[in-house]
Design a protein around this ligand. Structure first.
Ligand code: PLP
Length: 294
């Protein structure tokens, strides 16, 4: 975790772009693939916008499990090459991220479905981010944590992690969860604004934040509840705000992908509302080299 200055205030940032495959998804893939290996799985399938596919492919290679990753055809070339280099097969699917999810469902009867969205083990891997944040703060909770959200695999993991530390008496309060969505694809932000329990149907536009371009989040109701229960909010960021932040970050030595920059664009908006003395933590979720050739 590093200290950064954002809009004149100090914040702390977890550098998850430095994990083995270059994104936070390694936290979930490590646990899910360990489970698959323990249960003698020999082949598996997964669908992804790119990064979860990279992580599942890498940990499957390590475990000697054959792996096939379904991705949207517009996925960043860097992520596709990365998946292939681990020895996984790639299935490019025409259409939206939801079309990819539908396609993989036809294959799950013959293979183990290593879904980072459905399989709860993935969330019990990503919860380690909350454990590390508290450990690095001397077993204290931050005031707020700013995370991106599409399908919520980081957000829900963080919510479980802080919840477990709280119920175990290790921390005395839960941080507010500040959830960032791209305005072009914001079913959860819209539902939050309208005070709805379930995600809103939206007419999504394309966004440079490919990792959070999720029109119908499967765990949407759970995500909305986790944010509300924490006292947190949703923040929307425009394409211009994402691109501006993405271009600013390298000038401070940080090369992250556009989806990760979206989080920091949201952090900039939240920071003006944060309380005096509030410890605010955020995350660099993906490395810039993955999308550098786009
Ligand atoms: C770099 C990056 N950040 C954030 C996310 C958002 O994760 P989720 O869709 O689980 O909320 C993703 C998902 O692919 C990602 O690749």
């Amino acid at each position: 975790m590093i200290e950064e200055e954002v809009c004149g205030k100090k914040v702390l940032i977890k550098m998850d772009q430095l994990l083995p495959t270059g994104s936070y998804k390694d936290r979930g893939a490590s646990l899910l693939i360990s489970y698959a290996r323990e249960h003698k799985v020999s082949s598996l399938v997964e669908d992804s916008s790119g990064n979860a596919g990279c992580s599942i492919a890498a940990y499957s290679a390590r475990a000697g499990i054959s792996c096939e990753i379904f991705v949207p055809e517009h996925t960043s070339v860097g992520k596709l090459r990365q998946i292939e280099s681990y020895g996984s097969k790639i299935r490019l699917v025409k259409g939206s991220r939801e079309d990819v999810s539908r396609k993989v469902l036809e294959q799950i009867w013959e293979n183990f479905y290593a879904s980072h969205v459905y399989n709860p083990l993935f969330l019990h891997g990503t919860k380690t981010l909350a454990f590390e944040v508290c450990e690095q703060l001397g077993w204290k909770s931050p005031g707020a944590i700013v995370v991106p959200v599409g399908n919520g695999t980081l957000l829900l993991g963080v919510s479980i992690g802080f919840g477990e530390l709280h119920s175990g008496g290790i921390i005395d309060h839960l941080p507010k969860i500040i959830a960032v969505q791209a305005e072009n694809c914001a079913p959860l932000l819209r539902a939050f604004e309208l005070n709805r329990k379930d995600p809103e149907g939206v007419d999504a536009q394309s966004t440079v934040a490919e990792g959070i371009a999720i029109e119908r989040p499967i765990r949407g109701t759970q995500i909305l509840k986790a944010v509300r229960d924490s006292g947190g909010i949703f923040v929307g960021v425009s394409e211009q705000e994402i691109i501006d932040t993405w271009k600013e970050l390298p000038k401070r030595g940080h090369f992250v992908e556009q989806t990760a920059a979206a989080t920091i664009a949201g952090l900039k908006k939240y920071i003006s509302k944060s309380g005096p003395g509030e410890t605010v933590v955020s995350v660099f979720t993906g490395h810039g080299l993955k999308t550098a050739c786009e």
